[in-house]
Design a binder for this molecule. Structure first.
Ligand code: SAH
Length: 234
């Protein structure tokens, strides 16, 4: 059993688990941005028939959507209740090419290295004590020539203002206390983690929220919420 997890973070997501699939609830932002990240991943990876791993999958919003696009998906998390919700939702939706496991990504990397065509770790690195360790484990799990995707929140004044003050306190898009500023990760830091893990950073996308239209869009501006695509050599 690994120690690279914060029990308070896992408990926080456990308490919210029953509302995971409520499109208008606490996870509304994830529901809204999911088609954008799914589209970007599918465009680069071509999901049908691919083996995909979703790290920190929570209630399974991305994992289930990748399975519905035709990938063979394993979702992992260390919070029990979101995994149960994910499993139940897949059952109800009749999605069979999708499994869930409560296992640390570092342990899975030791158990099944170079097993996946695509590995995703979305909106989870900023909840983990040692994000570089997660990046290394993802790099070990991907097959040569495969893809690894990360998303997280940048650390600067604008990100603090929009992702914490704006999203949690003004617009109330997320429950208060969802994010801690000190855990946010700069694109330069994520790039370094990826390179040190042997991955080749391939491209960034920014995720921008428009409070007037209440919609997200993919941009080239990584100043707040952003995604990074990496390739594994080979
Ligand atoms: N990736 C999903 C959920 C994001 S919410 C999505 O984008 O739709 C963050 C998730 O990270 C929660 O489910 C939480 O339980 C999980 N998490 C936090 N710390 C973790 C850790 N150390 N290992 C695995 N999952 C973790």
């Amino acid at each position: 059993m690994t120690v690279n997890a914060d029990p308070q973070e896992l408990a926080k997501f456990g308490e919210l688990a029953h509302r995971w699939w409520d499109q208008d609830g606490d996870f509304r932002p994830l529901h809204q941005l999911n088609p954008l990240r799914l589209g970007w991943i599918d465009q680069l990876v071509h999901l049908p028939g691919k083996r995909a791993l979703d790290v920190g999958c929570g209630g399974g919003i991305l994992a289930e959507s990748m399975a519905q696009r035709g990938a063979e998906v394993l979702g992992i998390d260390l919070s029990t209740k979101p995994l149960k919700v994910a499993q139940l939702h897949a059952l109800e939706a009749g999605v069979t090419n999708l499994r869930y496991r409560e296992v640390a990504v570092e342990d899975l990397a030791a158990e099944a290295p170079t097993s996946f065509d695509v590995v995703t770790a979305m909106e989870m690195l900023e909840h983990v004590p040692d994000p570089a360790s997660v990046v290394r484990a993802c790099a070990a799990l991907v097959k040569p020539g495969g893809w690894v995707f990360f998303s997280t929140i940048n650390r600067n004044a604008k990100a603090w203002l929009l992702a914490i003050v704006g999203a949690e306190h003004v617009l109330k898009l997320l429950p208060k206390g969802t994010h801690e500023y000190q855990r946010f990760i700069r694109p330069s830091e994520l790039t370094r983690f990826a390179r040190e893990a042997g991955l080749m950073p391939d491209g960034f996308k920014g995720l921008e929220y428009n409070p007037l239209t209440q919609r997200f869009r993919l941009t080239d501006d990584t100043s707040v919420n952003y995604l990074l695509a990496c390739r594994a050599p080979g």
